[in-house]
Design a binder for this molecule. Sequence first.
Ligand code: NAD
Length: 483
Amino acid sequence: MNAQPDPNATSGALRSDFANLIDGELVAGKEWFDVLNPATGRAFARAPAVDRAGLDRAVAAARRAFAAWRATSVAERRAAIGRMAQILTDNAAALAELLTLEQGKPLGQSRDEISRAASQSVGMAQILIADELLEESAQRRIELKYFPLGVVGVITPWNAPINLAAGPMVAALYTGNTVVLKPSPYTPLCTLQVAALLREVFPPGVLNVVAGGDELGEWMTAHPGIDKISFTGSVETGKKVMASCAGSLKRLTLELGGNDAAIVLDDVDPRAVAPKLFFAAFVNSGQVCMAIKRIYAHQSIYPELCAALAEEATKARVGSGLEAGVQLGPIQNLEQYQKVVGILQDTAAGGARILAGGKLPEGPGYFFPPTIVADIDEHSRLVQEEQFGPIVPVMSFTDEEEALRRANATRFGLSGSVWSADPERAARLAERLEVGTAWVNQHRATSPTVPFGGAKESGLGRQYAALGLKGYMEPRVISVLKG
Ligand code: NAD
């Protein structure tokens, strides 16, 4: 997706107190690009763009800093990450406001994102990657040890810019790598602000943050000085990233899109479960990789669940994320808004029943009411694609095998959930979802000590936990023949 500044959107004085962080210095851009507030559709700030020479400087600084940073102890790196988390917490109020301005999510959800970034960073930095003794015999000692890779390029999307930067950045830094981080051109400001706050925490060159358009991401994936790319974004871009990384066989972690199914069994109280399903589907206006994007409900509870979800949607308040009491902010950018509108039009044209929402408000901003759709054709865009917006289909099934087959009939495989009064019954079904994470009676429950990532086209590798951290390290076998 290209972030093209809209010349008509600019008016008045724009904030421009943002800089890139390169080799410990705050560097202004030769060129700037506009950042829009999705609640108004107007630019409110400008971000400094880094050119190819700027990227080269950042990569060279990261390479220089690697030798000393990899030699620090785990305890020193843990302490630096602890200081980083404290700085995020101390600056949460100002950061949350900026996050809501550029991303659109309600202020409470911005605060949650920042506190999650802080606590997950601390949690990840408690994990120990121990050496493994594979053989100790009279003849041989064989050990497996893990070493940092070098310079890690981190590329992030616009839906949760702080938390999705913190995860891979902390994983890379904690395991002894240095970082060049590029935020989405739609939401660069918080990431640049965090970089400025962290300037004193990490030695020069250890953490570099550079803003720019999609082409900056392309340069990173092709850059010979970068050893690994940690990419979070769409499946489509993920495939381009993988192809580009192949040129130098860069290590790769891909956290891509999802089309999560929730299967609701016949023994569930539909009214009790509806608010939980609604929140997991519509938080951040559905712009969450692991949001519930399809609901399969047993036919015996289908009408009642549809009614309860429609009720939740009707009472949810949509508005600017800065207003108190708002539960759904705008869609983050015009391109995504147009995509979701296209899906709505396709849904209506296909004859599905729209139980709540579906009517777009007049006026500025990319607002879209929470929309619940019933009786939809399984082959429609809303069921097949990742809508990444506040519109969710609810479909009925007659037996569990059929529900499982339909839930798995997708190229996506990020996560999914099964809901039942009998958790063991649900767990037996959940185990057969073809996903990276299968939840029972919950959705979107993550932790720094639990690996997260996608099956099928939803990703490659894992983030978080020892499994995720090892993705930022090269395993090395040391085999000693004795005597
Ligand atoms: P996107 O793929 O359009 O962009 C993501 C990032 O990649 C941006 O920084 C962009 O500038 C950069 N980019 C674009 N083209 C590039 C290229 N050719 N080479 C290198 N970098 C390039 O994604 P988006 O629209 O910003 O984010 C939404 C998507 O991200 C959704 O599909 C969502 O599900 C996914 N996502 C996944 C996770 C996860 O953990 N699995 C988390 C959040 C979002």
